[in-house]
Design a binder for this molecule. Sequence first.
Ligand SMILES: [Zn+2]
Ligand SMILES: [Zn+2]
Ligand SMILES: [Zn+2]
Length: 336
Amino acid sequence: MQRFHCPACASEIWFHNTDCLQCGAGLLWRPEAGGGAFVQTGPDHATCANRAVIRCNWEAMAGQRLCRSCRHTTVVPDLSVPGNDVKWARFETDKRALLALLGALGLPLGDAEGAPSPRFEFRADPMDPRAPRVLTGHADGVITLNIAEADDAERERIRSEMGEPYRSLPGHLRHEVAHHFWQVLVQNDPQRLQDIRAVFGDDRADYREALAAHYRNGPRRDWAQFYVSAYASSHPWEDFAESWAHVLHLLDGIETATAYGLLGPTGLPSNAGALLGVPMKRLAGPWIDLSIALNAVNAAMGHSSFYPFVLRPPVIAKLEAIRALISQAGQGTGGL
Ligand SMILES: [Zn+2]
Ligand SMILES: [Zn+2]
Ligand SMILES: [Zn+2]
């Protein structure tokens, strides 16, 4: 993420701010192809209809009630249930950042007819404890997210139960959107499919059986040599999605660290779109140095690790395959 300043008083603001804490100006984000800018609220700029509900700070699309981000959401939880609005809002805040990043990378965010794609469904578990739970996942351009994950205590409980080193809302969003882009960019392109299979393995392996075996037997013992996470070793699709999520972690993380001067002189470009043009071998070094430093800072403060992962050469090769795919696919398509 870049750094932003209030269009009225130039104080620093956050990407999710609806108001400047310094001067009180109303803030509105105008997404544009490859980027965007903050403007002040006013008669010239229509606010998104979700602003009052979930503090969405994006501008409504011309002639529409909703902004570009909120148009991607087709199911929202029952807002008469206390707390659902806060959980949904937390997801939408991270979803806006996700869409801005995908737009900056030039990835397509509309289908052939120009309708928003992917679509997001934010669902809450049914009250009846015997009813089936909402499963986070992707199917045919629809990303379903269980809003219980927006509750910190609940997400930490699941993380601990699953033995994962890291579980976050941006992580979920980045992982699930990878499955969508596998379908959009890879599935129907014989050359890309061949290239991706050469790196991640043959995805025709039975998916349900592979996941069942993963949960039954645990990951293969040497997974850390070849995969970025234990879950990535369950099936080539999950390896692709986990690796894709880490490419977005690196691009956003390096962009943010650069914006705050944390990286020193690396010679790297300062924004995610341009970083996409840099081979992963070249990005991995500064990222690993930054991770070691921030892991130590977090440890000093008693926080969990900033980046609890090890990027071995075979994993970096997978991240490079994803980077090359996004770099090639993103050219000229213009996301947002
Ligand atoms: Zn201000
Ligand atoms: Zn909105
Ligand atoms: Zn997945």
